[in-house]
Ligand binder design. Structure first.
Ligand SMILES: Nc1ncnc2c1ncn2[C@@H]1O[C@H](COP(=O)(O)OP(=O)(O)OP(=O)(O)O)[C@@H](O)[C@H]1O
Length: 668
């Protein structure tokens, strides 16, 4: 079932085919032309050169030694060994013919052969040792590169590039290794062809023999039927297969509680059996395997026969020229034919795989071009001569914004004036644009149109680093870093990350003292993943042993509740205040998991720290706050629907008043 789906003229044509339960869509390869490999090489070359340069700079000596070792072992030694063996055999054969072997010459030839073997064994051993060292250094280099590129990527860059989680340092080394192998094989192929043509078959039929050796690898390459080296998309289209796979997912721990409390175990098992029976005999094996199996039987038989062509050559030679080839020449021919076949077979496989490998590395390098760094201006903040001692004054004018890729505006033509040191509370229904205002004020995104001005200058004209330094944000999107609690709080002010006095004070203000106390190693406790801790679980056995006890201790994952996390994150924000540079504080719903007392305390502590700061709060539970607010903004569908003080808005009896009354009724 083949169909041409491509509508766009500029795109390469595509075709879709059903392979078992999958629909596989591939790009149709252009008809084979001699210029194709050349074009592919030209596209791959810049990436490969850059990769080689990176590996070289990771460790020049290891690079050179590793490359030389590879070229020796793959490209030179096999032919040299063949030559030396063939020399020994020739001497023995000549000796047997005359009945008077030249012992010392044979002995010397054997010793030379043995030296070559021993030398190669040493080179191989060293090469493997160097390989793991160089591999480690290359991985470290690319880890650093990826870390830098990802940390430099802002939210617009992340949204435009979808997921980059699959881009790891593990892409670089295999491609480099493959390239070195390819180069070594080219050297090997040239050496082998030269050897066969000049030494063994210098007089007759040399060309024919070489051509016969190459028929199979070339045939295989032309009729190659692999999916893995073609750009393709796979979609499981069989509904019973999809259903079965979704039901299988329910094995995961994260669903256990819902399944137990929902009492749906029997239902899941019944549905699974039904899906399996409806699936019947549909082929579920990997699309790549199914695709490969589509090779015609005839072409397979032909390909196998091609492997025997060199043998045909010996036979014809033996029949028509019984004295044409000596036994040694036959043995050498047989060995070199096999060597040449595998070299070309590997080389062609290598070339096919190379394109895909190079594009994987190119994707890695492209990380650094996709950062969409938020532009920084030149103006210092606070403006020279105006220290903004009361806080940051802000003016939002006709602000419109839509998220990258979104069709609707999150904010529409919004204008708002916030005086230095004011407390502004933003309320409104879900999706009305409250958090978006905070994201624009903290320059996580830039407005699509309209402007934000600070003290008369556009926010984009200020130095970004200065603005980041002068802004603190506390939202529910913050995470605990997989670092110690000390780091988690201290990083609020990196300059004081070792200052325990400040960290303890911030912990108190964030309400996280009890959280720290919970851990035996206190501030040094690391939440999240215990790195470098693993065991061969199935070899530990079930009963208690010294090993299982150690495993239990080292693998114990420190964890905290949602509310405790929010307290730690809040402490980090209080730590940020210690820099003395913060002029704007944006607090966006940071207390969803806090108990009422902790929430009240958090808002109290934030208000206590308000001196010298403009404060913006986004909240649904505003009873604690709105009475202290200088301005309350009520949002609806990306615009301001009401604005004023608590009293003014209550008097107006509009949307804010309605929301306030609903909350008040709930408390009554
Ligand atoms: N990253 C995003 N990409 C695309 N659209 C988004 C993104 N974040 C928010 N939106 C959309 O922008 C609009 C405003 O979202 P925003 O988060 O500002 O609302 P909110 O008032 O803070 O909502 P809530 O009270 O639920 O937190 C919504 O329609 C939302 O779906």
């Amino acid at each position: 079932m083949t169909k041409n789906d491509s509508k766009e003229k500029d795109y390469p044509p595509i075709k879709a085919q059903q392979l078992g339960v999958y629909r596989v869509i591939t790009e149709v390869s252009p008809p084979f032309s001699l210029s194709t490999p050349w074009k592919q090489a030209k596209t791959a070359l810049p990436t490969l050169l850059r990769l080689f340069k990176d590996v070289y700079t990771a460790s020049p000596w290891l690079f050179v030694l590793f490359a030389l070792g590879h070229v020796w072992s793959t490209g030179i030694e096999p032919v040299l060994s063949l030559h030396l063996s063939s020399r020994v055999l020739n001497l023995i054969e000549a000796g047997l013919r005359t009945g008077n072997p030249d012992k010392s010459v044979i002995f010397q030839a054997v010793i030379l052969r043995l030296i070559c073997t021993a030398f190669t064994a040493v080179v191989n051993r060293e090469r493997h040792r160097l390989e793991s060292k160089l591999n480690g250094k290359v991985n470290l280099k690319f880890q650093g590169f990826i870390l830098r590129a990802k940390l430099a990527t802002d939210l617009t860059g992340v949204a435009n590039n979808q997921s980059t989680a699959h881009l790891t340092e593990n892409r670089a080394w295999p491609t480099f290794q493959l390239s070195i192998e390819a180069l070594s094989m080219i050297v090997a192929a040239v050496n082998q062809l030269t050897y066969i043509s000049l030494t063994i078959l210098s007089t007759e039929h040399g060309f024919i023999f070489v051509a016969l050796c190459l028929v199979k690898p070339l045939l295989d390459s032309l009729s190659s039927h692999n999916l893995f080296d073609k750009p393709h998309v796979v979609e499981a289209t069989n509904p019973h297969y999809v259903r079965r796979s979704s039901l299988l997912e329910l094995r995961k721990m994260q669903y256990r509680q819902d399944i137990i409390t929902g009492d749906i175990v029997q239902h899941i098992l019944r549905e699974f059996r039904r899906a399996v029976s409806l699936l019947g005999d549909a082929d579920m094996s990997e699309p790549c395997q199914q695709y490969g199996r589509r090779d015609g039987t005839l072409s397979q038989i032909f390909s196998r026969l091609a492997r025997d062509l060199p043998m045909l050559y010996y036979a014809i030679n033996a029949i028509f020229r019984p004295k044409g080839l000596t036994l040694t020449a036959m043995a050498t021919l047989h060995q070199s034919e096999s060597m040449l076949y595998w070299t070309f077979d590997d080389l062609l496989w290598n070339t096919r795989t190379m394109q895909e490998r190079v594009s994987r590395v190119r994707e890695l390098y492209e990380l650094q071009h996709n950062v969409h760094r938020t532009k920084s201006g030149d103006l210092p903040y606070p403006p020279l001569g105006r220290p903004h001692e009361e806080g940051m004054p802000l003016e939002l004018q006709n602000l419109t914004f839509s998220y990258p890729g979104a069709t609707n505006n999150a904010l529409n033509n919004l204008s708002l004036s916030i005086k230095a040191g004011q407390v502004l509370v933003i309320v409104g229904e879900n999706g009305s644009g409250k958090s978006t205002i905070v994201k624009l004020l903290t320059r996580l995104y830039d407005a699509t149109s309209g402007s934000i001005t600070i003290d008369g200058a556009d926010i984009q004209d200020y130095r970004l680093a200065d603005l980041r330094h002068a802004t603190a944000s506390l939202t529910q999107d913050h995470h605990i870093f997989p670092l110690s609690l000390r780091d988690n709080i201290g990083l609020g002010n990196p300059a004081q990350v070792e200052n325990m006095e400040m960290i303890q004070a911030a912990t108190r203000q964030g309400g996280a003292e009890d959280v720290v106390r919970k851990f035996s190693d206190g501030y040094e406790a690391v939440l999240e993943h215990p790195w470098g801790v693993y065991s061969r679980g199935n070899t530990l056995g079930k009963g208690k042993t010294a090993l299982t006890e150690i495993w239990e201790r080292v693998s114990k994952k420190a964890d905290v509740s949602g509310g405790e996390r929010q307290r730690l994150v809040a402490s980090r924000t209080f730590m940020r205040f210690t820099s003395g540079a913060v002029k704007l504080v944006c607090v966006d719903e940071p207390s969803s998991n806090l108990d009422p007392e902790a929430e009240w305390q958090l808002f109290q502590n934030l208000r206590k720290a308000r001196a010298g700061k403009t404060m913006i709060f986004v909240t649904h539970r505003f009873a604690h706050l709105t009475k202290h607010a200088d301005v309350i903004v009520c949002m609806k569908e990306g615009s301001i629907s009401e604005m004023g003080t608590h009293e003014e808005l209550m008097e107006r009896d509009g949307e804010y008043c309605q929301m306030f009354k609903i909350q008040a009724t709930a408390f009554e």
